[in-house]
Design a protein around this ligand. Sequence first.
Ligand code: NAD
Length: 378
Amino acid sequence: MRIFVPRETHPGETRAAVTPETAARFVQLGAEVAVESGLGAGIGVADEAYTESGASVSANRGASLGEADLVLRVRKPPAEEVELLKSGSTHVSLLEPFNEQGLVESLAARGVSALSLELIPRITRAQKMDVLSSQANLAGYVAVILAAERLPRILPMMMTPAGTIAPARVFVIGAGVAGLQAIATAKRLGARVDAFDTRPAVEEQVLSLAARFVKVDLGETGQTEQGYARKLTEEQRGMQTEAMARVCVQSDAVITTAQVFGRRAPVLITKETIARMRPGSVIVDLAVESGGNVEGVEADREVEMNGVRVVGLANLPGRVAVNASQMFASNVYSLIEDGWDAETKAFRVDPEDEIVKGCLVTHAGEVVNEQLRKAQRV
Ligand code: NAD
């Protein structure tokens, strides 16, 4: 089986879907691996490192896309590259399937089996393939580092002959994978941390990181079978916004990570809340790529509102691309290895397999994903 890994073309994308380490493992499985020249440029890896791991280096992206049985990449394919893919081949990447109906349809029409990494089911067997978790974890870390660097004050408490400095206060909204890592990172840096999430199950995890859980009685909230938050009602949203505002005004940094899978992120910090916050404070909005938790946040920009800096930088894992690629590549390898047929030395798309079924979006000329079909009906 021929695997091809093209360079990422999305502006600012530094990550690579395959590292020399995982390339070597694919070769061990019996695959023929080709990477596009420059694939490792964002992670300090030269073409030679891939060659040493047994891969070949291609300078002809179009031809290599057309020859590959399996294409691996971080981001969705550019629309104009779909027709270059071989009919019957498999494509594995993030796909933003809920926003990319046209792209999904064109992959189906091309006869490509596309696996969308966002849709890997959150079951124990798939944990090592869970790209959303591995990348969110790093994003949570980076968010705190960005905030710390922008704050005009330090995070830890310091007792010095020149006086005692109180710890900075960090408020983390949404304590999923990214939020929990943000809490842990802010704690390690010595901040006093408050956190909130609508899923009651999270309280214990927040407390175990020695952060304070902000209690807001929103009535029934809960989570889906996959562990995702449910959408709140209008009234619950209003109650939450006010409760969040009360903590925001006392905080130096606010990290927002609240998302509802497959939907636009809820707006939790309004302009009125920002107007009540202390000048010099910083908000980092990790949900910016799904619409943002902060009113007025701008994607991939930093804006100032009433002296409060609102950071909407996109692709935070890309800022620690070495580790992000290491984890992403390991996730992708685990997914492929799981469906590898040792006899034919090929990845077999088995639509009946629980993991493949969850993330297979197009197959045999059709859009096949149940979650996606449901989302498109509502
Ligand atoms: P996510 O990125 O979809 O959302 C981030 C957080 O925002 C979630 O904790 C969510 O509850 C919270 N949120 C949503 N609306 C909110 C609101 N209005 N106010 C405050 N918070 C709000 O979630 P995620 O981090 O990708 O994962 C969520 C959970 O899924 C994890 O905490 C974990 O328990 C579970 N999970 C399970 C597995 C597995 O079993 N393999 C893998 C990964 C995650």
